[in-house]
Design a protein around this ligand. Sequence first.
Ligand code: FE2
Length: 292
Amino acid sequence: MRKVIQIVPTQSVLEGGGFKVRRPYSMGRLLSPFLLLDEMGPNVTGPGEAVGAPWHPHRGFETVTYLLDGKMQHEDSAGNKGELNPGDVQWMTAGRGIIHSELPHEEFQKTGGRTHGFQIWVNLPKEHKMMEPRYQELSASESPTIERDGVWARVIAGECMGVSSSINTVIPISLIHVKMEENAELTQKLDSQLNSMIYVFSGKVTIYKENRVKENPKIFGFGIKQELDDGELGILSKGNELKIRSNENSEFLILAGPELDEPIARYGPFVMNTREEVEQAFLDYQNGTFVS
Ligand code: FE2
C-alpha cells in the first residue's frame, strides 16, 4: 500500500503574461515523468484584465491543460484552434515542435470572472521526444466521470473506480481529478512500478497506513505525516494500491507515471536529453525550421 514519503509545499509565481499559479517547489526534479504542475489561479479578474500565454514554442514533452473555471481559447502552428470550457481537457503532445497561444477567451474578456485550472507537463522518453506533434481534446461532457459513496472522479488519463479515459498517452499515465465528501474513502489501484503523487487543492485528506512498513531512517530520518492539506503535494511510495480518506470536503489530483531515468536538459519551453538538443531547438526556432 502506498504512503506519503515526502510533502512538497507550493509557492505562488507569475507565469505566461503574468497570471498567478500555485506551483510545488522543485517540481521538475521530484517526480518523473512530470515536469511541471501549475494550478492556475483561482483568480478573479475584471473585464479585459485576464492574461494568458501568447505565442510560444514547446519541444520534447506534452502539455496537459485542464480547466475548472473560466474560458480559454487556443491556437497552434499545426492549425488547431479551439476553446476550453470548465471541465475540458487539452492534451497536447509537442513532440518535435509546436508553437501555440493559450489565452483567455474573447467572450470571457468582455465579462471577466473566475479562472481556475491546471497545466501539467509530462516528459516524453528519448525515443519519442521528436515524434510528430499531436493533439487530443476531451470535453467535459465526453470525459469519463463516476460518482460513488461520496466520491466523484473525472478520469483524464488512466482508470478510476472502473472507468477509463480515452486519452491516448505515450507512456502509461494516470491523471484523475477527485472530489470527496467528508469521511469518504477511495481505494485506487495503480501499477506498482509507477511513480505517483497527490496534489490537494481544497480540504484535507489522509493516506491510509495499513500494513505500514517502518520508515527507513536512512532515507527519511523521521516519520512523514500522512495528512495532506490544501496546497500540498504528497510524493507516494511504490505499491499497487492507494487508500485515501477525506478529513473534510476535499479536492485533489492523483498523478502516476513511469520513472524515465534519462538525463533532462531543460531550458524554458524545451525539455530534451542533452544541452546540444536544447541548443538545436533554439536554432530551429530562430531559423524558422522549428515546425514544418
Ligand atoms: Fe504552452
